[in-house]
Design a protein around this ligand. Structure first.
Ligand SMILES: [Zn+2]
Length: 257
């Protein structure tokens, strides 16, 4: 009875903790105080990562097996034990929260995508793009290399927070761009890249060596839109997959409208 009430409470997002609190170890070789066991059982159920188990405060074989199954997601040698403040309890909280938030829209982004996205490897920058666009950008880079340029993606995806900063510093005209597009889980899904030649970046050499023209030609050939064609503000390194008129739709699809 008490166990059921506790679980119902947990189903509200606000009460799902980042790292749920347990006093003593739970599971195989644990102290297994019933309130702690109930917490772990509840989060195992909420995680959606294991078959539902009884939330009864007893750390029996099914509970321990469920802990091991859950741990197998991130541990090479699951030990069936959940320690206070340890990895497993933290993962339980994260997984339960992620699941609840996905159904309620705004999810915290996977930490994999944290950090300065202009410093990511080229592979990771490409990974942050919409897949159709990614294929075209791959072809574009190849074409530029064939012409002896040394293209470098400076920005592929970037967060709305970074965009806001660029806007404040007047380095971007917009608060939301195709660089910021994301999936409903908050993971990157960009429709724009800024591609420079690593020898000249935005310097005069790029124009002198015909780099911007080559970039524009390659983009056009692939049916992409080039920022060098824009009338009011030429954004020479910028290439995007869609027309500017689609920006509002993409912002909405990104859950940011
Ligand atoms: Zn750009």
């Amino acid at each position: 009875m008490q166990a059921t009430a506790f679980r119902d409470n947990l189903l509200h997002l606000d009460t799902i903790q980042m790292t749920p609190f347990i006093r003593k170890p739970v599971g195989f070789g644990g102290v297994n105080e019933p309130p702690d066991v109930i917490t772990v059982q509840s989060y195992l159920c909420l995680s959606g990562a294991v078959a539902p188990i009884a939330v009864d405060g007893i750390a029996g074989p099914k509970t321990i097996e469920a802990i091991r199954t859950f741990q197998a997601r991130f541990m090479l040698a699951p030990d069936g034990r959940v320690d206070p403040g340890g990895r497993t309890i933290h993962e339980l909280g994260q997984t339960a929260r992620g699941r609840e938030k996905t159904s309620a829209q705004s999810t915290p982004r996977d930490p994999y995508w944290d950090g300065d996205s202009s410093k990511w490897s080229e592979a990771k920058k490409l990974e942050s793009l919409n897949s159709e666009f990614r294929d075209k950008i791959g072809a574009m880079l190849e074409e530029l290399r064939l012409q002896q340029f040394r293209p470098k993606i400076f920005y592929a995806w970037r967060s709305v927070e970074v965009q806001e900063e660029l806007f404040r510093k007047k380095r971007s005209k917009v608060r939301f761009s195709f660089h910021n597009a994301q999936k409903s889980d908050g993971s990157p899904h960009a429709y724009a890249v800024d591609v420079i030649d690593r020898r000249w970046a935005w310097g005069a050499g790029a124009r002198a060596h015909g780099y911007w023209d080559a970039l524009g030609d390659a983009a056009h050939y692939l049916g992409l839109y080039w920022g060098g064609d824009w009338v009011s503000f030429k954004d020479l390194a910028h290439v995007q997959f869609l027309q500017n008129s689609e920006l509002r739709r993409i912002k909405r699809d990104s859950g940011l409208a």
